[in-house]
Write a protein that binds this ligand. Structure first.
Ligand code: TLP
Length: 346
């Protein structure tokens, strides 16, 4: 099977497993897991933030960050296609009690002017208090699009001027950095807090981290416990994340080249439409334009030939490249696409 459903499907390599087996561990709720502590220091240094905290998932990272910054009844400005809005089981509402102010923006990118206009006047009691601007980089449902650094800078200026904070869901921040050829600092200097994921492009089996000021992390620590994310001998997981940072960061551009190769091949088939400009990192979104096909039928046909992709809507499909997909796999998948679809009428 060539599995393009997500970059979350990777399995730990024998070398990663060996690093996990050798990890020194302790009770992390007591702060005694030396490997987790090392990971947190390393992440803080890499992101050039004061402190970082390991959390079990990207979903928890986002919920904890929102809960730290906002109180029930507050408002969070967010893109209407963000992962946190669409796919996190309304944790912001259920666990944090906040309301989202949903905004548009081409490519998943918020417009700083629109955001500025959307921040409520805190003196007016009819309105919720706006506490947070929440961005996602890369933007998943917009196609893995890269946030322009300049826009993040402008959003940070809006945040400062209005007295709110800027948070980045950086589940795929390193893909954005690889695409632009910049260090994380180019982004992180503008945000008050952020998350990263080890279990996506980096290929670790579990885990995310949030980062920010020492005070932010101290407060996050409390909410991580409240949300059930205080774990014990997590050094085994932290060791996988450390291994991923040391070995799998540098190779992300390979995934981007593979995604482009796949996107270009799919774009040549009449029954699909691909916005090649939107293919900026490791994701390929394509629309089924043939009347006699839809996402489900295409997925079924590909599956029969050993190629797995995921549906986004009735007519939209996503394919994601990652560590466990080689150039050879992509070439093989392209052959399958051509065999199945090159003769289908558009
Ligand atoms: N994304 C997953 C699915 O949930 C859709 C995927 O396959 O892409 N932020 C972003 C931008 C994400 O894409 C995801 C996961 C998360 C947060 C949540 O991470 P986890 O799954 O660790 O809770």
């Amino acid at each position: 099977m060539i599995d393009f459903r997500s970059d979350t499907v990777t399995k730990p390599s024998p070398e990663m497993l060996e690093a996990m087996m050798k990890a020194e561990v302790g009770d992390d709720v007591l702060g005694e897991d030396t490997t987790a502590n090392l990971l947190q220091e390393k992440v803080a240094a890499l992101l050039e933030k004061e402190a970082a905290l390991f959390v079990p998932s990207g979903t928890m990272a986002n919920a904890v960050a929102i809960r730290v910054w906002a109180e029930p009844g507050d408002e969070v400005i967010i893109h209407k296609l963000s992962h946190t809005y669409l796919y996190e089981t309304a944790s912001a509402a259920a666990l944090c009690g906040v309301q989202f102010c949903l905004m548009d923006g081409a490519g998943g990118i918020l417009d700083p002017k629109d955001v500025s206009d959307a921040v409520h006047d805190p003196e007016k009691d009819h309105f919720p208090r706006t506490r947070m601007i929440f961005i996602e980089n890369t933007h998943n449902i917009a196609g893995g699009s890269v946030y322009p650094v300049e826009v993040v800078k402008e959003l940070s200026e809006v945040a400062k001027e209005k007295g709110v904070v800027l948070h980045m869901d950086g589940a795929r921040l390193f893909n954005a950095c690889a695409a632009l050829g910049v260090k994380p600092r180019e982004y992180t200097r503008y945000v008050d807090s952020l998350s990263i994921c080890f279990s996506k492009g980096l290929g670790a089996p579990v885990g995310s981290a949030i980062a920010g000021s020492r005070d932010f992390i101290k407060r996050a620590h409390r909410f991580r416990k409240m949300f059930g994310g205080g774990m014990r001998q997590i050094g085994y997981l932290a060791a996988a994340a450390l291994y991923a940072l040391d070995h799998n960061l540098q190779r992300l551009p390979e995934d981007h080249t593979n995604a482009r190769l796949l996107a270009e091949a799919i774009s040549e088939l009449d029954c699909f439409d691909v916005d090649l400009d939107a293919v900026q990192t490791n994701m390929v979104f394509f629309d089924v334009v043939a009347d006699d096909l839809d996402a489900a039928s295409v997925i079924g046909m590909l599956l029969e030939e050993g190629v797995l992709v995921g549906s986004i809507t009735r007519k939209r499909i996503r394919a994601v490249t990652h560590l466990d997909i080689s150039r050879q796999d992509v070439l093989q998948a392209i052959e399958v696409f051509r065999k199945l679809f090159s003769k289908t009428a558009a």
